[in-house]
Write a protein that binds this ligand. Structure first.
Ligand code: OAD
Length: 314
């Protein structure tokens, strides 16, 4: 209630968001580190890799998306990401209530910036203008060469991926049995990949261009659906003004920068499923009608939640 009042009172004018994979779980995309998440379910033995590369991934599953392995061997990343890349542009996944809450903040003129660690493109399926979104870890929906940065037309990339990269998920019977490299159209190296950030690579320029001024400006910071273990994004909550209110919306307490227990704390932990939490906040803010206008655009889980809430009110 306090949070809704604070937003409604006009005392909060500039809202920032840092989001992670948890906000897309309700759309049907598993996160990384939860049980059943991408790292938990990683099976290095299915990937085209040397035994030493597999051992590296067994010891640290994030190695599957690290620069060191990719520069030697394009296949683990491509095989792991094959269905996600092929799903881009098909509308298979839709934004969740959490994504829509960001859009509503923008519609109300309060959004300063969304820092999303997600590469799934769902933030771009809302009407939040692109300049308000910083894709901290890049995007799956654009392809280029890791070595020389030459763009690769995305539809052609998808086609090439379909033809060249095997399907470890056993969903596509037309997929090849063995993977062959996708070569850059310019430098001819096997470096073509979606424009996502690998561990060991630099973040997009837009992050460095904006984060300092944004963190100074915002007076409310929602941190949602993230384990806050990957830098430098996980340091954003430390960079805000000392009066900025920080709200962690997550199904577990994360981050060691918060102080939820002190009586006059500016930190708030909203425990549980982030779609439920944001829907409750939307309702308390009196924004349900605004959300209803976008009901068609929501992932099925989101439109069901909204329907149930509206039915319970009549
Ligand atoms: P993680 O999988 O590390 O963390 C997701 C967090 O969201 C966990 O704390 C979950 O408990 C929580 N969570 C999951 N579902 C939720 C739900 N429905 N409601 C509320 N909370 C939920 O994902 P990220 O923090 O996004 O980077 O991971 C950060 C980065 O690590 C990713 O961008 C990716 C990965 O390696 C790169 O690949 C460079």
């Amino acid at each position: 209630n306090g949070l809704a009042q604070l937003i409604s009172s006009g005392r909060v004018r500039n809202i920032g968001f840092l989001t992670g994979a948890g906000v897309s779980v309700a759309a049907g995309i598993p996160d990384f580190r939860s049980p059943g998440g991408m790292y938990d379910t990683l099976k290095p033995e299915l990937l085209t890799a040397s035994e030493s590369e597999r051992n590296y991934m067994r010891a640290d599953p994030t190695a599957v998306v690290c620069r060191e392995i990719f520069e030697r061997n394009q296949f683990p990343y491509m095989e792991l990401r094959r269905p996600f890349i092929l799903a881009q542009g098909t509308g298979q996944w839709k934004p969740t209530i959490s994504h829509m809450f960001v859009q509503l903040c923008h519609e109300k003129g309060m959004l300063t910036r969304l820092y999303t660690q997600n590469i799934d493109g769902l933030d771009y399926q809302t009407s939040v203008p692109h300049e308000f979104i910083i894709p901290v870890h890049g995007s799956l929906a654009v392809a280029s060469c890791h070595f020389c940065e030459e763009p690769y037309p995305f539809k052609d990339f998808q086609q090439k991926l379909r033809e060249n990269i095997k399907d470890i998920y056993k969903q596509d019977e037309n997929a090849p049995k063995e993977s062959t490299n996708i070569l850059c159209l310019k430098c001819k190296k096997p470096g073509v990949k979606p424009a996502t950030v690998l561990f060991g690579s630099s973040l997009p320029r837009a992050f460095f261009d904006h984060y300092e001024a944004d963190m100074r400006k915002i007076d409310l910071f929602f941190i949602a659906g993230t384990s806050l273990v990957v830098g430098p994004a996980n340091r954003l909550p430390l960079m805000v003004d000392k009066n900025c209110i920080r709200v962690l919306v997550n199904n577990e307490k994360v981050g060691d920068c918060f102080n939820f227990d002190a009586e006059d704390s500016r930190d708030l932990f909203v425990d549980g499923n982030c779609d439920n939490s944001f829907l409750e906040l939307i309702s308390k803010l009196g924004w349900l009608e605004d959300l209803q206008e976008h009901a068609e655009e929501l992932a099925p889980s989101g439109s069901d939640l909204l329907k149930k809430l509206l039915q319970s009110r009549v």
